[in-house]
Write a protein that binds this ligand. Sequence first.
Ligand code: SF4
Ligand code: SF4
Length: 506
Amino acid sequence: MSTRWEVGRNEVVYVERYLSGRAVTVVDHSDGDGPLYAPSKRVYPQSVRGTYRTIKWIVLVITLGIYYALPFVRWDRGPNAPGQAVLIDFPSSRFYFFFIEIWPQEVYYITGLLVLAAMTLFFMNAVAGRVWCGYLCPQTVWTDLFYAVERFFEGDRRERMRNAAGKMTLELAARKAAKHTTWLLIAWWTGGAWVLYFADAPTLVRQLATFNAPAVAWIWIGILTFTTYSLAGFMREQVCIYMCPWPRIQAALTDEHALNVTYRYDRGEPRGALKRNEALREQGLPAGDCIDCGQCVAVCPTGVDIRKGLQVDCIQCGLCIDACDSIMARIDRPPRLIAYDTDLNVRKRQLGEAASGTRLVRGRTVLYAAIMLVVGGIMLFSLATRDVSGLAVIHDRNPLFVALRDGSIRNAYTIRLLNKELEARRFVVTVEGLEGAELEIVGAAAGGAVKPVIEVGPDRTAEARVLVTRRGAPLADDSVPVTFVITDEITGVSARASDHFMGPHK
Ligand code: SF4
Ligand code: SF4
């Protein structure tokens, strides 16, 4: 089924039922085959006021505020650990996030976080399409900020277009210089904030201010200054349209119940000048609410005409809704000619049926929410019950065993002890599963009956060589499973690791 709408002098939009029942718009440029490659057109988005613009400002302030301020938030972990709330500590191979400390052995938490992030993105997509792109994506947020700076120095859409078409004057050059200087300062601070996540922020700021910071910090600040300046200042919507894979993936993941910014053809068409449409209405002839003012296109940061239907270029920011609502208010027509709506409703309207509400609870939203709950639950449980000590054992490869003069068999191992507490701990090392076994720590002072004990510093690991000697009767097999146990002298908390005790072939 297909419904045809004439939406412009040379363009026709077909809204048709497609594959899984989704309504898809197809733009047909009726003046013949279009070019295979279109040159990018310069976009001069106009400022706009309204609900969605306000939401975007709030999100921008919150997200950038968090990004720039978070490295300076302190978190007291005691005297033996860094006091920065969020820190990626490469020299110590640790990741600190408030009360959570992740060791290299616990990298599965990062996997869990990535799964949660992906599911959150899928869930947002199932509910409201590209809401991530329109409001939260760093590219959108920084581009928005850079546009605000551009408007401040060079004026709104018309003035910028006039300047671009006219000659360069001294005043314009000064305004452009001020804009680029501000852009570079923002880009510099963006790169600067990034490196603060990898070192103690106040210390690194002092080092940067006195030019004593390590070279790697300068290099990363330089790289991120350049990428922010070029991506947000120059490439802007090109990143969303051509570079980002998410619009393609998103299109494959969405369905007819997801909310998308939608032009309501049934209400807007046939479009026409205000007076003409009013005259048509008075005569009882069909006339839409769209007065073809072009404001929805003028405010669009990607230069999209939403009246041509859902397009991959549209980041679903909702600014065209604000623009059109202000026009509707001026011509005394109801708001939301452009609105968040579902493909299903678009199709229903084409068929003359009443639009329905939004169906939030459906298979995919339940599935994504369930995965998030399960993964989040597992992560929380394992964090709450995580071991504060750990043990790894490696058997010597050569020789596998040594036969002593008295007939005893000796095996050598390297053991690594982990102490995740923020204070030093002493661990007693024992071996289980081998009758008559004696354990000795290489290098430990001979102490008669003294237990084999290893001290591990706060939030540290320690490595030791141990010798296990089996005296008495010959081994039952050439390889006997054994378990090494380390036990905290004070708390009794223990950790275990399995290996084998080797002997001569039977
Ligand atoms: S802003 Fe509204 S009235 Fe103006 S062209 Fe866009 S849809 Fe039509
Ligand atoms: S068409 Fe509307 S929602 Fe889409 S990017 Fe442009 S302004 Fe944003």
